[in-house]
Design a protein around this ligand. Structure first.
Ligand code: GLN
Length: 252
């Protein structure tokens, strides 16, 4: 099966090797006999977002976010319809922030967001940097661990009742105080975790892939054939140990 992937602004939003997540999707899809057709979504390019099975947006500094935010906000309705239609989506850090209602950067400027995620973000004085370990709050994989790296000034506050990606075991997460990280709406997941995220959390890559395959086939999501994942397992353990050792401690 061909899985159609839309990669938002790869030339602007790609720090901490976030584009590596696309390579993981491609590798894990190919291992199951599927092929990824990846298209870059660039500023001003007219696009039918509902044509995509999987949408992806990486992280970026305030400056880069400001360069793409108006274009992304202009696609808000189209993007919300794509997710309501069952497309899978992964958004990392700066991209995650702009899929909420908006982001007030260090310079005080407000960047209007897409309003897909029920949240808002305001930059604080200090940056929250370090290794992170989460316990998943996803209904599909409750309690499973997620390991990564964060570096953000933004403090993200979710609306009451919003679904998260995980509970923070080590690290700052959304705002350094709530004890939670990320947000989930339908098959869309937003997170602060860089690294890139997916090489050290292959089960999360497979969950998103299973949603994208379901969107492409029109079937219900189903489990994918297991892969050996020895290297991925080792990378996860090393990252998790680093987080426990020196990840930030959210103020409880
Ligand atoms: N510029 C945003 C912040 O500082 C996002 C940073 C990022 O994507 N790592 O919070």
């Amino acid at each position: 099966m061909i899985i159609r992937v839309g990669h938002f602004y790869p030339e602007y939003l790609n720090i901490y090797a976030d584009r590596g997540n696309i390579a993981v999707f491609a590798h894990r899809a190919a291992a199951r006999g599927h092929e990824l057709d990846v298209r870059a979504i660039t500023v001003g390019a007219p696009l039918e977002l509902r044509a995509y099975d999987l949408l992806y947006v990486g992280g970026g500094q305030d400056r880069e976010q400001a360069m793409i935010a108006p274009d992304l906000a202009a696609r808000a309705e189209e993007l919300r319809k794509a997710v309501a239609g069952g497309a899978a989506l992964l958004a990392v850090c700066g991209g995650y922030q702009l899929l909420g209602r908006g982001y007030r950067g260090r310079d005080g400027a407000w960047l209007e967001g897409v309003g897909l995620f029920p949240l808002e973000t305001h930059a604080g004085e200090t940056r929250m940097i370090g290794d992170v370990l989460l316990e998943s709050t996803l209904a599909e994989e409750p309690g499973r661990t997620i390991a990564g790296f964060e570096n953000h000034a933004g403090r993200t506050v979710l609306d009451a009742g919003a679904r998260t990606l995980g509970r923070v075991v080590a690290g700052y997460g959304n705002d350094g105080t709530s004890g939670h990280e990320g947000c989930r709406v339908e098959r869309a997941i937003g997170t602060y975790l860089h690294g890139p995220l997916l090489p050290r959390n292959p089960w999360l890559a497979d969950l998103l892939l299973s949603w994208a395959i379901a969107h492409a086939s029109g079937d219900e999501p189903g489990p994918l054939a297991p892969l050996p994942d020895e290297l991925e397992r080792q990378a996860h353990l090393v990252s998790a140990a680093r987080a426990r050792e020196r990840g930030g401690r959210p103020a409880r």
